[in-house]
Design a protein around this ligand. Sequence first.
Ligand SMILES: *[C@@H]1O[C@H](CO)[C@@H](O)[C@H](O)[C@H]1NC(C)=O
Length: 203
Amino acid sequence: MAKYNSIILPTLLAVWLITFLPSRASRNQNGDSYVRDACSVTRYRDLCIRSLSPFSNTAKHNPSRWARAGVSVALAEAKRVARYLATLKRNKDGGRIRGRNRIAVSDCVECFEDTLDNLHRSLYVLRKLSVREFGSQVDDVVTWVSAALTDEDTCLDGFDEEKGGKRVKPLINRVSNVTYMTSNALALINKLATAGPECLKNG
Ligand SMILES: *[C@@H]1O[C@H](CO)[C@@H](O)[C@H](O)[C@H]1NC(C)=O
């Protein structure tokens, strides 16, 4: 008996693994394919897939959920960067950022206030989309998210990377990151606009 068990148990285990694992793998692959499909319209695709994959299984093929997810991750990151900029500005030695770059930090704090306003408003409207008002709602959101992107670009333009050296580089990277996420959100909103109000009917 013991001799048989040593064969049967591993065999059962192998059968169980073969039947169970592929189904899990294909489930993950499905989740993956939703986010890949959604992000195919974006410019910064890797960042899109990385930041939006947690929404894959709820958003599936729903363009309005993807647009909302895009704006909400851009907003979350913009909030973090805005807090960081505000801390730098308040800091007595300004994180040892000088001259033109120090002024840029101050200007960025204001630009980011506008950015946050515009992204907040957009998210609010995206949560209340209706078939009847779809056209004007989506137009508004496109306008606001574009304005958010412009403000972020204005912030970036203020920096002089060559004079800032290693203190300014990480700042530029973080702000750039927000512009990429906002650009991705805008692409997802444009996809929603193309899909039209019919896409609201299935959830
Ligand atoms: C960009 O944002 C993502 C998401 O919040 C974050 O994980 C990543 O560290 C950021 N990269 C930079 C360079 O700030």
